[in-house]
Design a protein around this ligand. Sequence first.
Ligand code: FEO
Length: 622
Amino acid sequence: MYCIKKVTDDLLWVGANDRRLALFEGVYSVPAGVSYNSYLLTDEKTVLFDTVDKAVRQRFLENIEEALKGRKLDYLVVQHVEPDHSAVIPELIRQHPEIKIVCSARVLQFIKQFYDFDIDSRIHLVEENNTLNTGKHTLQFIMAPMVHWPEVMMTYDSTAKILFSADAFGCFGALNGALFADEVDFAKDYMDETRRYYSNIVGKYGTQVESALDKASALNIEMICPLHGFVWRSNLNELISKYMLWSKYEPEERGVMIAYASVYGNTENAAEILACRLRDKGIKTVIYDVSVTPASEIVSAAFKWSHLVFASTTYNAGIFVTMEALINDLAAHNIQNRRVAVIENGSWAATSGGLIREILGKCEKIDFLENNVSILSGLKSAQLSDIESMAQAISKDFPAPAGVAAQNNQTVPNTTELIPIDPNAMFKLSYGLFVLTAKDGNKDNGCIINTVMQVTVTPVKITIGVNKANYTHDMILKTGKFNVSVLSEKAPFSVFQQFGFKSGKDTDKFAGSGEALRTTNGVRYVSEWTNGVISGEVKESIDCGTHTLFIAEVNQAFSLSGDASVTYQYYFDNIKPKPQPPKGNKKGFVCKICGYVHEGDTLPDDFVCPLCKHGAADFEKL
Ligand code: FEO
């Protein structure tokens, strides 16, 4: 019996899940299974994107027959010849001899290497940016070599704005009835498996992934359909921003991953003590026993954390076997750009530390800590200072929060007691005020923000902090594009009301704004009451709890007037109407941002202004 899912009105998922696979590619454990995705476009021509692994061929063939509903199969687009996506091609051709195979010359070469069917009579060769019209849809072919094999090709459906991304953006794990990433708690349940998939499958090819991302950035993508894992139709930037980090070998989190190989527990003990000392200093730590945790999970963790510590006993005059396999695996996956420390153990000839350094030293931008720890059989109390020295050396890379620094007698600001965060101190920062605009499909939207900062000159990069409650936030997360219109001192209060005190979900922020002025990224900007416009393209996003910090490259910027930029202080002193106390003897609290008055004796700590969404800290008693 078939099991298919609808992706769009004329696109069906016809893949299948496999939960019995012991090891993906014979190497990677997949305890939660894996999906093999295939998609059928039912346009005037029918187009199948890739096939599946032989393990699920029966279900796949049943799916195809149901999805076609008696129509012939016109095209099979082969994007990747690895057999988990191509194994069923010969059988599919026996059932549908009319198929034309659409692929690149490199794909054709690999198909011929793997299979013996007659392909020459049914080939439709394509090259970079060639297109194929299938009726309503136009498919554009984009080469993505080494993501993850040399022949890999992606396909962009410019009509539906869908990127069929081959292995890229894939994930381990069966789909369990869902199809879209937004149907599950992706960050909690699947991001680790996405990172493990990326780091182990294409981690070695960061440069090539960056090149594919560059090509994709030129496309208007509203949906990503990978060959494994979930389809992305919202918050695309959640995943794309991770790929940007991973492809550059930038760590996602600052903290220390400790991996140890220990025969009788002595090396393990040293690793545990180091972790305790690091935690004492407020530094995040994770520990793995390399004889227990599959190497693919530790490789994935190495792609996540900024600092790596390897602790290994010496075995047969070399590195302990499981650690040696891990270190070689990390080097093979091109790990780079990390701070690394080594602990070695050896009862008569400790060599593991030097050998680890030798292997990892060949990787790019691996910065070894000077402090080594060398143990003879078991850690002795005299060596606790060596562990502490290593922890101290690592902690220099982690500016300690004041509280932790004080507890550890580190240098702290000239105050002897820990004081809570005084919001008035935060208001001493010289914020500006800006209209942040975005566009998603036909929807234009905007909001007011006060956190825009230039961070680099070459290339010009800025950061913006955006409250997650703002609809504009979600649009930027999805599209990765925005404009900042810098408000001038001439801006009237109505501009702040228009963009700051309403939700774009139910109002048109540009209503009555006249001509729709746009920058080259297609996003509207505000030309009245502003003195400059900056267009940004998001390169990274950092989840900061209530807000997301977007780091963006500026791709357009121009001045509109010589008027002075408005500051937060100027807004309060000269633009914002002074709040009027409630009539009678009513008590209340007034929002310092927008003037909203909450009547009552108390204001709950978690109160949020219904107008401007600022919290209780921004209210003052009337
Ligand atoms: Fe899922 Fe590279 O094959």
